[in-house]
Write a protein that binds this ligand. Sequence first.
Ligand code: ATP
Ligand code: MG
Ligand code: MG
Ligand code: MG
Length: 437
Amino acid sequence: MRLSRYFLPILKENPKEAEIVSHRLMLRAGMIRQQSAGIYSWLPLGLKVLSKIGNIVREEQNRAGALELLMPTIQSADLWRESGRYDDYGKEMLRIEDRHEREMLYGPTNEEMVTEIFRSYVRSYRDLPLNLYHIQWKFRDEVRPRFGVMRGREFLMKDAYSFDVDQEAARAAYNRMFVAYLRTYARMGLKAIPMKADSGPIGGDMSHEFIILASTGESQVFCHRDLLEMPIPPEDTDFQSDLSGTVKAWTSFYAATEEKHDEAAFAAIPEDKRVAARGIEVGHIFYFGTKYSEPMGAKVAGPDGVEKPVHMGSYGVGVSRLVAGIIEASHDEAGIVWPDQVAPFNVGIINMKVGDAAVDGACNELYQRLTKSGLDVLLDDVDGRAGGKFATMDLIGLPWQIIVGPKGLAEGKVEVKRRATGERELMTPDAAVAKLI
Ligand code: ATP
Ligand code: MG
Ligand code: MG
Ligand code: MG
């Protein structure tokens, strides 16, 4: 992408409304635009990151055996009356009436709808286990939308739903998602810790929130320090195998959100291993048994031919919240520092003298070669001051910068900068390409 043809509305001033660094940087870097309280447009740069995060989530869901579908954002109130949640959900639900005066709603979550799909087609234990997920916009009319996309009203969530014949099989399904979540966040460069959590209005008895530590987090959390250094299950993890060992290893250390906090258990941890901190909830997994299948009549026949309500769990990832969460975890004075895996572009090339034939030529050649090798490249080909160009590139946080100027080129060199460390190195364009691909 050439910057001269891109839409990157950088803000010079710090937006007054932004209270936390991720919100400030997302606005300044031209990633999002607020349209109403808690409702955002995703501008091209922001959308790229959102998509990359969504794709990592998708790959790990698929690896764990979950199947992607897509349910609508608008749901019918009658479906929610079946589970009894239409009245319970309260003001967080955005209720809508269509032209025929039918009561509809903008889905805050999809347990009812996915249960309706399941009961329409699945009859036998032989079709289980089944896990269906989608990555879809949700609406919750939050009392206090704030911190940008961290707590929006409209937000993008991955929500998966597991269906199993009994509690034991449902636990295995829960474990698969637990392990998939560990991998998902690690791939984004995050340390997300599974913590015992309250299951909230969704109900049930087995629940973990995945939390990243950040001073701006809205949750108070407590955990054992060793959890921050635990090894992540590898890519070749066999999701058909018994994963309870991995889950046990992670859950044997103390980790709880405020609602589930146990002072005595926490005090038993050696003092230097106690972490009491603020955290951001980036995911939440639940097992809730037959809470929806029973009232909604989603039953399967077991091997003995007897029909029983199916055991369910649900598994959410805050995809849009993660964009902000990653920035909270990875930024500096100058701006965002994207982890390689989610960066909107892998490399930014800075043309220091637009119009100079040698510099233009070298930039174009680098651009072509890097793009051909599969990297996403942003070429700053706009005539401007060096200071401004550097500031923009640092602000938008691309992992690598290649600075091309007439002086260096006269000696056959360009400068390669790693955004995270600030390290700069002079090398030939060939060496720069070899280093980055
Ligand atoms: P919170 O405690 O932050 O209100 P929640 O517990 O109500 O979140 P869940 O129902 O567990 O949310 O939804 C799954 C995930 O969706 C959460 O872990 C979070 O990452 C994300 N999420 C929930 N509400 C919002 C929101 N208003 N804006 C952005 N992401 C959200
Ligand atoms: Mg909430
Ligand atoms: Mg919560
Ligand atoms: Mg939650």
